[in-house]
Design a binder for this molecule. Sequence first.
Ligand code: NCD
Length: 305
Amino acid sequence: MGARDFLTLEGCGRAEIREILELAAACEEGRMDGSLAGKTVCLAFFEASTRTAVSFELAARRCGADVISLSERGSSISKGESLVDTVVTLDRLGADAIVLRHPAAGAARLAARFAAAAVVNAGDGCGQHPTQALLDLYSLSRALGGFEELAGVRAAVVGDILHSRVARSVIPAFRAAGVELALVAPRTLLPLEAEVWGLPVLSSVDEALGWGASVLYMLRLQRERMTGARVPSVSEYARYYAVGRRHLRPGVRVMHPGPVNRGVEIAGDVVLDGASLVPDQVAAGVAVRSAVLALATGVEQEVAA
Ligand code: NCD
């Protein structure tokens, strides 16, 4: 069965997303356990990660794959080996899927040009983070009672959109699922392409609630990617763009891809509140990434057949 790269959610359709989320549900029920037996999944993480790396590894193991983990330290990358040469090496060593996280936008697409193995993008710089957006939709649809319930829901994407690969995947994926979106960010944290999205731009969490948002999707202030001062101060930022207890009206749900800067994007006492889907988002990672690995390696067709 052919390898299928998994690089971006730009241009994704409703049916495609639905298919992946249904497969994720099958994975969660254990129906895909062992389906990757005999396959080799290589995790190549060249940037820090906790939940993405762990959940991909758990997903691959649960599906029965052989798992190889490579990081910058301890591999020949630290001797200056290029991304392309690293990927070609993993490919020729027999990887069926290469899960790649890299600080440069476009890295996964570049890797895919040189690998016969399926390349799964686990986050490329300010580019894309497709499995994050899928697990977000999985946990939100679970919380709402099903995929159909996503249609017409109003969600505000709040914070550092400029530096966020999560936002660049969440926006097309949520839209494809029928979610209505607004952006909430200071102009200094909005990318130029924000105009192309054609979404309303609001200037505080309060405005988002006034607009009718029942989902507040909070993004981390990515200080490691900022070259100049883009916000006057963190406390000034938090005044307009952090969600606090006072925002938790009935039915409002708070999401965040993690890691959370407590008190900056979400008040400390809200992170694990009943209104927060943050723990559910983490939990959805294993099932959704199992589904993506099954699709990437083509084994889901054998299971379905
Ligand atoms: C995000 C990432 O690394 O892109 N986290 C994640 O994968 N759960 C978001 C972030 O770092 O802010």
